[in-house]
Structures are given as C-alpha cells and as structure tokens.
Design a protein around this ligand. Structure first.
Ligand SMILES: [Zn+2]
Length: 611
C-alpha cells in the first residue's frame, strides 16, 4: 500500500475524479472526515483517525492562534462532545489539560467532536478575525479555516493529512490544497503537514468562479455568500487582476505559478456575524488568501488588500523567523519582526500601487503621513520589536493597526537610507530578496540576529538604524531622511480646521467608559472628564469608538448630537463644528520647490528608476 501520488491541482479541474480510495491512506497519517451540514444545532461533526500514539497519554491540540493573525483565538472553546475511541470502536476516557486541550489515552485510534463556527461566536473575551474564522450555514456555505476545524496530536504536527468533506451535491469545494478526488457529494484533499493544512483554507458554496492570468501565474477567484446567486466572481476578478498585474510589474518575477483568491461576502441583512473592530479584511497564505468583505453588487476597495495579501508571499511566507517557521499552535511565541512582515508588506503594496498607477503619489504620501501621525501618539516606550514580540497583550491589541501605519513609514525611511548607503543599488525590495537568498521558506532566521544579518548584507549604518529606531524606543527620524526625496517634515504645526474642540482621553478610557478632554472653547460646553455615551444616537464604547471619529476629526459642517454623562447626570447637546486652530503633529508635505537631485532621488526610491 502506498500513498496516492497522482494529484490534481484544484485549479481549473472541477469535477475530475481520480482512482483515489480512502483505504490507500497510510496508517501514520491523519484521516479527517468533515460532515459539511449543520442542520439541527448549527454545528458540524468532525471525525479524525490518528497516527499511532506512542506514549501513555497524548494531547490533542486545537490552536491558540494561527500564523498571520497576531491575536488569540482559543479554538478549543468551540469544540463540543469531544470523544476518543479505540480500535474496536469503544469509547475511551478523556480529560482536559491545564491549558484546556484534550488529553487522550494511548489506545485512541479515532477522535470525534462537534464544532461551533466562529462567525457568530458570542464569547466576549475573544474576537476571531473573520478571514481566519469559520462559518457553517445549513448545507449551503462553509468557511473552513482548518485551524478552527481540525486539531493535531502534540508532537505529531508534521504528519500528513487527508481530508474528506461530505457536502450537498449543490455546492463545490474551493481550496489551493491538492485535491485527490471530487465526488458527487464529497471531496478529498490533502496536506503534507498540519501547518500546510492551516495554510490552505477551503470555501464551500454554489460555484461562482472566474480565472485569469497575471505575470504568467494562473489565478482562480472563488466567491461565496452572494445572497441572490448572481455571479460576482468575474467582477472581483477584474480588481484582483489590477492588483496582481501591479505586483507582477513590481517584483523581479512572479513568486507563484498558481494562486487562489477565496472571497466570503457578508450580507449584513441575512447572515448572523458577530461584528468586531477590524472584521473586514483578509489573511495571507502561500498560494491563496481568504477575504471577508461586505456584500455589494459593485465590489470595490479590496484591491489594496489583495496586493498586500499577495505580497505576503515574500514576507512572512518565504522569509520569516523560527517562531513562524516552526509555529507552535499550542504555546505560540511571537516574532519581533512584524515591522518586516506587516510593515514592509504594506509598504510594498503602496509602492506597487504607485508604480502600477492604481494609486497616486499623493496617496503614497498620505499613507506615510498616517504612519508619522500614529508615531506621534504611541507611548514614549513604544518600540516596533517589543510591540511585535508582545503583540498578544491587551495593550498592544488595542493599538494593533499602528503596525500598518508606522510600519510603512519606517520602511520608507529605511528605503531612503539603503539607497543612500549602497550607492543607489539597494532598496528595501532588494534587501528582502537578498535575505530570501540567504534564508527561505524552509530556513528561518533567528529573531535576535536579523539586524546583524542585515548589517552584513548592507552597511553598519543600516544595522545601527534598525537597532535604534526599530529595536529601540526612539522616534523615527523623519526630519533627517524625508528631505532627501524632497519632502518636508515638521514636528507640529497649527492649522485652521473644522473642529468641535473635543478629544478622547485615550489613557483614561477603558471598555465602556470613554472620557473626554474638552477645550475651553468647545462648541457643546462639555467639560474634561465627561463620559461619552452616544454620538447621533449611537452608543459609543471602546470597540465602537471609530463611529465617533467626527467628534475629533470633523470633515463637514454638519451638526453632531452628543450625549455625555457628568456626575450621574445625562447631558445631550447638538452643535456644529467651527473653524479653530488645530495642532497637527508629525506633518509631512511635499516641498514647494524640490531640487533636481531631490526629484531624481525620489524617483529612485519610489519608482526604482535610476537615471
Ligand atoms: Zn498583512
């Protein structure tokens, strides 16, 4: 008996049937059976035959988190009725480990359990980022991120998986994993390790797909969740193509020859999803990415996300530290280098958009401006590496989006420094390729020696920049580097702008209690220390603070009705913003009269063009 070697890539081969049979799978592998039907309790059933167990007891692990999300999931919370069976099918006793995982005896050959999905998980302690999440909808739509569906025996994370999904004949399975068989009402796919299984999510729904070519790569777009069954994949494919074409032009060569965009559309009217702070977005994988987007008949706004996810193929997917390369799903350790994985990736997406003309130089400057502004508001002790290492802590989760703002701003400064230090030859993109040449997908770097490695590839000045501004808590040196590309920088400016004279006291505010800082000239007559309750009738708490943003960043002269609480009394006032002097921090502007050499250098850094 040998493992089936002939495999059909899922792309473009829907309905192909090979001579695969379940019994050809070897005994030291996992054999997973997923019943994709959640008829009576909104749960699905999963059964897993295990590789042979070698110690008296083993721990069956569901991930604490999965790579790329930088937040806690605690997937074991959604597991119910977990049972273990011996070879004769008799149930065996199980228990829970101190960290809530499932302890099974040596005789276990199979485990089974029922699973809740994460999209409507109401546990207030945990917000699972939907692109990493799960959804089970009757027998019509399934989002299977395998970290939330399948577990592994601790110590046996590198054994192969064969997964059989039993589904309604009305729907199909879309995944970048290798599909062994497509049946009338089931599909079988495989992954060489648990990590690879988690790296290959699957979407199940009525087929809505489109394909296209980009830079020589074959791309499949699969869309699930359209409420009226009208196909949307061709519309999505147009935007994805703009994004991947821009990336193909940006990179020296396309890093993959096939890729799958998996899109779940949330129809707010009909599908129950717990709304979280940063729910819309996507998660990157080696040959696919999973999107959670609002349903719209005219999809837009996803191209920038797509470019970002696709560019993740470089970092962290092909260049990462040992914390990621040997991911510990049970006791995850975070890497120090989110500035590289997320910051540089977002910077590359900005650069690719600029070079592919899907965005403008003004957009690019504004992205860097957002980073500079965020850098002005993080705590004095903030350093990119310690933020990254401790990203799962509550204080860092609260400000998590800063990595997408400060990260690209730091990457631009590093790009400018690299170009000036290497006689214009090397920018951040060339540095990343240099590091990919030294390390790679199967050869992770040491978190602690990355800066020294970069120093060896570049110059001591570059290493010292990284140690000071990325590893240390020093403010980014915008004033030193931006003038080299003809941009001006000011620590603070006073401008006339619309405002209500109200700010949020972010240090004092917690959860449901949002304190205000009120200028003496504020239009409502509020006082510092008032507690914000509602804006235009909507209740505001820490999670929904974004809905109150017009209060401190007025963009129109429209009035706002604001409700506060003071000494137990509720006060409601309506007022229009007025023109007032507003302090702006870390302000970036294009020079009015840049020199020839500044413009030349800007062209080099932003567009990679040497003259
Ligand atoms: Zn990302």
């Amino acid at each position: 008996m040998s493992r089936v070697r002939a495999v059909v890539p899922v792309l473009f081969v829907f309905g192909a049937v090979l001579s695969f049979t379940w019994s050809t799978v070897k005994a030291d592998e996992y054999r997973v059976l997923i019943a994709a039907s959640s008829d009576f309790d909104d749960r699905i059933g999963v059964s897993i035959e295990l590789p042979e167990l070698t110690s008296d007891t083993s721990v069956f692990v569901f991930p604490v988190t999965v790579p790329g999300t930088y937040e806690e999931h605690l997937w074991w919370r959604l597991v119910h009725n977990f049972r273990a069976f011996d070879a004769s099918g008799s149930p065996l006793p199980t228990s829970r480990s101190a960290d809530s995982q499932f302890v099974i005896p040596r005789q276990t050959v199979r485990v089974s359990y029922r699973l809740d999905d994460s999209f409507d998980d109401l546990d207030s302690r945990v917000n699972i980022f939907q692109p990493a999440g799960t959804s089970f909808q009757g027998d019509t739509v399934f989002v299977l991120n395998h970290g939330g569906v399948v577990g592994y025996v601790d110590g046996k994370q590198t054994r192969p998986y064969t997964v059989r999904v039993e589904r309604s004949p009305e729907i199909a399975t879309f995944t970048a994993l290798q599909v062994l068989e497509r049946g009338y009402d089931f599909d079988v796919y495989t992954a060489p390790t648990y990590d690879a299984l988690v790296d290959g999510p699957a979407l199940l729904c009525r087929a809505d797909t489109a394909t296209y070519q980009s830079g020589g790569a074959q791309i499949l777009v699969a869309v699930c969740g359209t409420p009226n069954g009208k196909p949307l994949a061709p519309a999505f494919a147009k935007g994805f193509k703009r994004a991947t074409d821009a990336v193909a032009d940006f990179l020296p060569s396309m890093p993959v020859n096939r890729y799958t965009f998996l899109v779940y559309l949330w129809d707010k009217d009909t599908v129950n999803v717990k709304r979280t702070k940063y729910s819309v977005g996507a998660l990157e994988h080696n040959t696919s990415s999973m999107y959670f987007l609002f349903y719209s008949t005219h999809p837009k706004g996803y191209e920038e996300i797509a470019a970002h996810e696709f560019l993740h193929i470089l970092v962290p997917l092909h260049l990462h530290s040992k914390e990621i390369g040997r991911f510990n799903f049970r006791f995850p350790a975070m890497s120090k280098h989110l500035w590289l994985y997320e910051g540089v990736t977002e910077y590359f997406a900005n650069q690719a958009g600029l070079r592919g003309r899907t965005s403008t130089e003004k957009d690019f400057l504004q992205a860097i401006q957002r980073g500079a502004r965020s850098a002005a508001f993080v705590p004095d002790t903030f350093s990119l590496t310690s933020f990254s290492k401790n990203v799962l802590l509550h204080d860092n989760q609260k400000i998590y989006p800063v990595i997408y703002q400060i990260g690209p701003a730091n990457a631009l400064l590093l790009d400018i420094l690299l170009r000036s230090e290497t006689n214009e030859k090397m920018g951040v993109l060339e540095l990343v390729y240099g590091l990919m040449g030294k390390y790679g997908k199967a050869a992770p770097f040491d978190d602690d020696s990355l800066f020294a490695d970069i120093g060896t590839l570049t110059t001591p000045t570059v290493q010292s920049y990284l140690e000071t501004y990325v590893g240390g808590a020093h403010s980014l040196p915008f004033a030193q580097y931006l003038p080299l590309i003809g941009w001006e920088f000011a620590d603070s400016t006073q401008d006339s702008a619309l405002g209500f004279g109200i700010h949020i006291d972010r240090d004092a505010s917690v959860a449901d209690t949002i304190y205000l800082i009120a200028d003496s000239t504020n239009v409502f007559g509020f006082k510092t220390g008032d507690i914000l309750m509602k804006v235009n009738g909507r209740t505001i708490n820490e999670a929904s603070l974004w809905n109150a943003r017009r209060l401190w960043r007025a963009t129109t002269t429209d009035p706002l009705t604001v409700t506060v609480q003071r000494d137990g009394h509720v006060i409601e006032k309506t007022a229009k913003p007025t023109n007032r002097l507003v302090m702006q921090y870390n302000v970036i502007k294009e020079s009015a009269s840049p020199t020839e050499s500044q413009l030349k250098f800007r062209k080099l850094v932003l567009y990679g063009i040497r003259e």
